[in-house]
Design a protein around this ligand. Structure first.
Ligand SMILES: [Zn+2]
Ligand SMILES: [Zn+2]
Length: 108
């Protein structure tokens, strides 16, 4: 439901038969699916990206451009509370970084 915040500190099984490291099962405390959580995080991230975009020099290509916040996708194997490092990149470098991140994430 929009606007509701789950107080559950989700715990996603990554051991068969409930799930795997690449496709965690439903939260074993509240039943929320991993995909639901990722979709919600994506919405929050888009709001954050739009809210924090700024003009500046891209650290990757050195050009003066509009920079948007980039943070690698949260990985199922990251320790609880681990924060991926945040950088500000131009849209081209952002897309490249997202592709690289996706490639590292979706290796099976
Ligand atoms: Zn949960
Ligand atoms: Zn750039």
């Amino acid at each position: 439901m929009p606007g509701t915040v789950s107080l559950c500190k989700h715990s996603f099984p990554v051991q068969p038969p409930l799930g795997s490291i690449f496709r965690p099962g439903d939260c074993d405390r509240c039943g929320t699916t991993w995909n639901d959580v990722q979709a919600e995080l994506q919405r929050q991230e888009e709001a954050l990206i739009n809210g924090t975009a700024r003009e500046g020099t891209c650290p990757d290509c050195g050009q003066q451009r509009r920079l948007i916040r980039f943070q690698p996708e949260d990985k199922p194997w990251n320790p609880i509370g681990f924060e991926e490092p945040v950088t500000f990149l131009c849209i081209d470098c952002w897309n490249t970084a997202a592709d690289v991140d996706n490639a590292s994430y979706h290796v099976v």
